[in-house]
Design a protein around this ligand. Sequence first.
Ligand SMILES: [Zn+2]
Length: 209
Amino acid sequence: MSCNHHPNSETLLQYSAGRISGLSRLMVKLHCKVCEHCQHAVDQFEQLGGQALESMPDTPVSSDAFANIMSRIHAEPTISQPRDNDYSALIERILTRGSNDKLNWHWRTKRFAEILLPISDDGHEAKLIYFKKGMKVPQHTHRDKEYTLVLKGSFADDTGEYKRGDYVCKSALDEHAPIATSDCICLAITTQPLKFTGTFGPVLNWFLN
Ligand SMILES: [Zn+2]
């Protein structure tokens, strides 16, 4: 399938070099699973990394340096691994099979449920979010970054529609009120709590954060 929204090149490069860990890494990995374009870019970054190392004749490099670096590139993350792994298989299953039957959703309203995932070692908060079709998230902006991977279904805001596999990054410059265009499950990582800005913003900032 093709995706319309992708991680930027810097994120793909950091992922290729093993610089992203935990659920952030899972998010990019799952996007690449359904996006040939980004998987191809990751393959090329890894290849370039290897070539760069090989073309350093004047630098003394120990015989196992290349193998060490490539094993780091391919290694699964070590940070937060035991806790994240509890969820990563379930999350992957939602993307690949559309299955969410074993999840213990915490319903906040009739059309909105969430599951708080363990906070990663970098302090970022991660959630699985379930919006029923037609559910509108109140207008909000972002104190920092909000990363979203659509695992199932779709949602839209005034910048477009986001479907299964799409990777979305919103920043403090983006204010939006997403609406689920079909029953939708997303993995969301926020580096700071959202800031609700509409009429009920002050109340929602207490209720939803
Ligand atoms: Zn992509």
